[in-house]
Design a protein around this ligand. Structure first.
Ligand SMILES: NC(=O)c1ccc[n+]([C@@H]2O[C@H](COP(=O)([O-])OP(=O)(O)OC[C@H]3O[C@@H](n4cnc5c(N)ncnc54)[C@H](OP(=O)(O)O)[C@@H]3O)[C@@H](O)[C@H]2O)c1
Length: 413
């Protein structure tokens, strides 16, 4: 690629954090400086690096044209990013918790200073979903954003489905392979996916969304036999983030759920990420690809740097704050370990019927001390379903507490 006139003008990058992503970013900048110069008119160079025992933030800020924050954590990352924006320096960050928890503050500071803050790498790694939702589809009405946005949990659930191994065994393997951190709480508990869904909902629905608006559950209670039984019903288990419009309100949630085989996210396996966008004028668009990894994430960071150098300014001006809807409808998978005696099915059907829950399919397995019923309900208010679940827990033929997992209904095929 030939470089445009002036492409040698340096763009000095102050790098905060040189760990997995920061280290890969330094290599990528060296390898791709010419291509960036050709695309943007400026040649990137690393002007300074801040680590725990290296560099001085004030000095790096003074000597840089833009700041790339790859430290992680809320503080001092927040303090440094705000200081950079207020000093009129554009910022690129991969820090999902920072954007999800302090988004309003960051965007206000950027708007006031007239500079960009970009965060493509904060959601779905190398997949350019922020660019698509925030810019490419910025004028499109989105009704729903569904995402597999945590590669660790998708790897664990895929392995459990493929091998029949327990959650604990597969988590240990994921840690050995580097797909899960030594402390996996943020991933397996759903907080990581919740932060990413807050960011996507903010951009997709043009409204302020904070992490506190997102309700989330993780995968720690999932058992291998739930996955095996659900397979018989044609379902696959994912940790799904769903942001939806409900008239003038929205909901943003993360929960383990079963997807029908025809769902665009059902085939997404292993550490991959994918996001499906739905709206009246686009029907459905799905983006998928590697959701993490040093080089993959660094490539998303560099693409933000190119956009800043090329002067492409995304508009993140939030509209009015929308209500968060909490009364929602869902279908459920229900796993009941019951005594092998007459009247069990009728007893369950009675409770479900009185609460307005109808059953779509039932699988009956085992006998004696191994008898169990696995069913999928039709869509009904979650409040009614949980009321029924409470009643079922108290029935005298229940051998163990019931297990319930949401099912995303077949709307696509
Ligand atoms: N790893 C991924 O695949 C991935 C994917 C998507 C997004 N991200 C995001 O990218 C960011 C970086 O992740 P990472 O995996 O590269 O982290 P990492 O390997 O732990 O690296 C963090 C870097 O930040 C530096 N640092 C941390 N706290 C600091 C402080 N208080 N003062 C100065 N320097 C500090 C560390 O310094 P030392 O070198 O001195 O320890 C290290 O160089 C995070 O926001 C993460 O959520 C990561």
């Amino acid at each position: 690629m030939s470089e445009p006139a002036g492409a040698g003008t340096p763009a000095r990058i102050g790098l905060l954090g040189r760990g997995t992503v920061g280290g890969a970013f330094v290599e990528l900048v060296e390898a791709r400086a010419g291509a960036v110069a050709a695309a943007s008119g400026r040649r990137p160079e690393i002007a300074g690096v801040l680590r725990r025992n290296e560099g001085d933030f004030e000095r790096i800020l003074a000597e840089s044209d833009l700041i790339v924050e790859l430290m992680g954590g809320l503080e001092p990352a927040r303090e440094y990013v705000l200081a950079a924006l207020r000093a009129g320096k554009p910022v690129v960050t991969a820090n999902k918790q920072l954007v999800a928890q302090h988004g309003d503050e960051l965007f206000d500071a950027a708007r006031e200073a007239g500079v960009q803050v970009r965060f493509e790498a904060a959601v779905a790694g190398a997949v350019p979903v922020i660019r698509i939702v925030g810019e490419g589809l910025g004028s499109v009405v989105l009704e729903r954003i569904s995402g597999i946005v945590n590669g660790t949990t998708n790897f664990i659930l895929s392995e459990m489905a493929a091998t029949g191994a327990s959650y604990g065994d597969v988590l240990a393997r994921a840690q050995e392979l580097g797909y899960a951190e030594a402390d996996p709480t943020e991933d397996v508990g759903g907080a990581d996916a919740a932060a990413k869904m807050a960011i996507l909902a903010r951009l997709g629905f043009h409204t302020p969304v904070d992490l506190a608006d997102v309700s989330y559950e993780g995968i720690t209670e999932i058992s291998a036999d739930d996955i095996a039984y659900a397979r018989e019903l044609g379902l696959s288990l994912k940790l799904l983030g769903v942001a939806e419009r409900h008239g003038e309100a929205i909901s943003v949630r993360v929960f383990p759920c079963f997807l029908y085989a025809g769902h665009p996210l059902a085939p997404v396996e292993g550490p991959f990420n994918a996001v499906t966008l739905e709206g009246p004028s686009i029907t459905e668009i799905t983006l998928s690809g590697p959701g993490a990894g040093g080089t993959e994430t660094a490539s998303a960071v560099l693409s933000d740097v190119v956009s800043i150098l090329a002067g492409e300014a995304p508009v993140h001006t939030p509209g009015k704050r929308l209500e968060i809807a909490r009364e929602l409808d869902s279908s459920f998978y229900l796993h009941l370990e019951v005594a092998d005696q007459p009247g069990v099915l009728a007893g369950i059907a009675d409770v479900l019927g009185r609460n307005g829950i109808s059953v779509k399919s039932v699988v009956q397995r085992g006998s004696g001390s191994d008898a169990r019923l696995v069913m999928v309900t039709h869509r009904a208010p979650e409040r009614a379903f949980y009321a029924a679940l409470g009643e079922i827990s108290g029935l005298d033929f229940m051998r163990l507490p019931p297990r319930a997992i949401r099912v995303v209904e077949k709307e696509y095929v």
